[in-house]
Ligand binder design. Structure first.
Ligand SMILES: Nc1ncnc2c1ncn2[C@@H]1O[C@H](COP(=O)(O)OP(=O)(O)OP(=O)(O)O)[C@@H](O)[C@H]1O
Length: 596
């Protein structure tokens, strides 16, 4: 429960919205108790008037008495309706204040969680799966909202109504009051337990449903693979199995619910029978009037919903506490990478790695071992090496997606850990190996890093990335919408849009992580030529597999198993006749074979 204390700051923030809500609850409940008393008066009136009416049997005045009697009953009926309307009005105000506040708190909490998401480093995202992360912002927050809204509202409502009704009941007859109230705790406990069963089953259904949706989603994404391997029938069977499991969980929930409502009605009926029986005895003994029985029946029925909500609210609070616990744990996580320096930064582009070693925290794989190299401002560094040799890791470290374990990375002489991170990243262009494009237009994808969309700049960036001609060939040109993973673009086009996105901001440091792998050698040459102009005066790092891509670099690093095995210019490395030379010869041979 103490986990929910975290939310108190929100209650304090919205106190002027919540307090009127509480006042409205009190007023509405006050009007809720009055009708029962009016009904008693009306009942007693009926009793007395029937006696009076019989007294005038055979007289002319009897019709007049019937008239007076009828109109006074009508008056009481009208009064009950008016009071119910006033109560309804205050109930409306109550919901408008308390439930509305809960939506504000939900909004604030979602924003807080989302901000924390943005602060957390890449390693965090590797450790947690997307479904879990999504759940915190959706499922968990909505459960917490059920606490800050409905749970609190019903608790206040129930408590006040309870007090008012019990006082009214005790005022009439203590014995009858105690008998009427006796089955209610039983009802509350039953509802609490049944509700827990329902929640438990609903959660299971929810899980089944997400497994089912992930299954369907994956089969849709991998439809090409499924069709080429003729696995349709197999997948259909898998789906039927998942669906069957979902159906049986749902049916089991329906069974509990089917039992739940009749039981509730039975308990309420029991209370009513007790009221009539005990109340009847009291009337016979002359302790209460028959109007009091009617009054009590109204009270008992009025208490049913609050008692039901008591069980419901208890399980709501329990669920909210569990969700808030998860949220609190996550909000407490300190981002591994943070911005230590608020001072504005101007990057020149000198990069130095000094004895850098790095192990991925999530897998424990040592990706870099004692790496040292430097690049001067405006130079082009190329990194080549076998797959898994640590090339992308160097790019990740230059972007400070992770911090190094040993050694240091210096940018313009300062350790990267002490730079203004936001300024540094905004002056660095990164084209990752795995292209990610947003479900948006091509123009907005290219201008993603810009605050304002400048079409001239977008077009220039597209030209520099050699993708302009492809884009204007589309009907909607730069306004072409690309799906979640850019489904309307080919692999090579996606890579070039991703390059355009990096170069549009004219960064001082540019990193291309194997981003020309999906284009042919001719396009590669075209891109490299135009990039040559863009990269003039900027420091660039190109990670590649093809020697042809990097021949002109100022420095080439050959990586193997996380270590630098050779470094120098193309000519120096060729003279060495080592790993690089072998790679070059091999690739040359392959190209010649392809041509012949
Ligand atoms: N995010 C990560 N978490 C854990 N381990 C990782 C991560 N990324 C890479 N690794 C591991 O680190 C090692 C170096 O990977 P890296 O991606 O740097 O290689 P690479 O040279 O870029 O390979 P490729 O040419 O195939 O892209 C590999 O053994 C890989 O399994």
């Amino acid at each position: 429960m103490k986990e929910l204390a975290y939310l108190n700051k929100f209650f304090l923030k919205y106190k002027w919205k919540l307090l009127p809500g509480v006042v409205f609850v009190i007023i509405s409940n006050f009007f809720a108790v009055i009708p029962a008393q009016i009904i008693r008066i009306a009942f007693d009136l009926v009793n007395e008037n029937i006696a009076l009416y019989r007294l005038f049997n055979g007289f002319d005045k009897q019709a007049l008495i019937l008239d007076i009697f009828g109109s006074s009953l009508l008056f009481f009926g009208g009064l009950v309706i008016v009071i119910a309307l006033i109560r309804g009005l205050f109930l409306f105000f109550m919901r408008q204040t308390i439930i509305l506040t809960s939506r504000h708190i939900e909004f604030d909490l979602k924003n807080e969680i989302y901000q924390q998401y943005q602060k957390l480093s890449l390693a965090f995202y590797r450790r947690n799966n997307t479904g879990d992360l999504m759940n915190r912002v959706t499922e968990d927050v909505s459960r917490v909202r059920m606490y800050v809204g409905p749970a609190i509202m019903y608790t206040i409502n129930t408590s006040i109504l309870f007090v008012l009704i019990i006082i009214a009941m005790l005022n009439v007859n203590v014995k009858l009051a105690l008998y009427c109230l006796a089955p209610l705790p039983l009802l509350a406990i039953t509802i609490y337990y049944v509700n827990n069963i329902i929640n438990h089953k609903s959660e299971k259904i929810q899980k089944r449903l997400s497994t089912l949706s992930s299954f369907v989603q994956e089969t849709f994404s991998g439809i090409r693979v499924i069709k080429s391997y003729v696995r349709e029938e197999n997948i259909r069977e898998g789906f039927a199995k998942e669906s069957e499991a979902y159906k049986s969980e749902s049916l089991s929930l329906v069974r509990v619910q089917a039992f739940f409502f009749p039981t509730m009605l039975l308990m309420v009926g029991l209370s009513t029978i007790i009221t009539v029986y005990i109340g009847g005895i009291q009337v016979i003994n002359g302790k209460i009037s028959s109007g009091n029985i009617a009054e009590f029946i109204v009270y008992v029925n009025q208490l049913t919903f609050p008692v039901t909500s008591l069980g419901w609210v208890t399980s709501l609070i329990q669920r909210a506490a569990a969700s808030q616990k998860r949220i609190n744990q996550f909000l407490k996580i300190k981002p591994e990478i943070s911005n230590p320096n608020p001072n504005p930064l101007k990057v020149n582009g000198t990069i130095a790695f000094e004895n850098v070693s790095f192990t991925y925290p999530d897998t424990g794989i040592q990706a870099l071992k004692n790496i040292s190299f430097d690049i001067k401002e405006g130079q082009l560094l190329a990194i080549i090496g076998r797959t898994g040799s640590g090339k992308s890791t160097i790019a990740n470290l230059v972007m400070r997606m992770y911090d190094v374990d040993k050694g240091a990375i210096r940018i313009d002489g300062t350790d990267i850990k002490y730079l203004n991170l936001e300024d540094y990243r905004s002056q660095t262009g990164f084209v990752p190996q795995e292209v990610f494009l947003f479900s948006d237009t091509i123009a907005r994808n290219i201008a993603f890093g810009q605050d304002k969309l400048d079409m001239q700049q977008v077009e220039q960036a597209a030209k520099d990335a050699a993708v302009y001609k492809n884009i204007i060939a589309f009907d909607k040109k730069f306004e072409t919408f690309i799906g979640e993973r850019g489904i309307t673009l080919s692999g090579g086009q996606k890579q070039r849009v991703s390059i355009a996105r990096a170069i549009i901001k004219s960064p001082q440091i540019l990193i291309f992580d194997d981003c020309l792998s999906a284009v042919d050698t001719k396009t590669e040459e075209e891109i490299l030529n135009s990039l040559g102009k863009v990269m003039k005066g900027k420091t660039s790092i190109i990670i590649a597999h093809r020697v042809s891509t990097i021949k002109n670099a100022d420095k080439i690093i050959v990586l193997d198993n996380g270590e630098i095995v050779e470094q120098g210019t193309h000519d120096i490395l060729m003279d060495k006749k080592g790993v690089y030379f072998e790679l070059y010869e091999k690739q040359l041979l392959e190209e010649q074979q392809e041509l012949s």
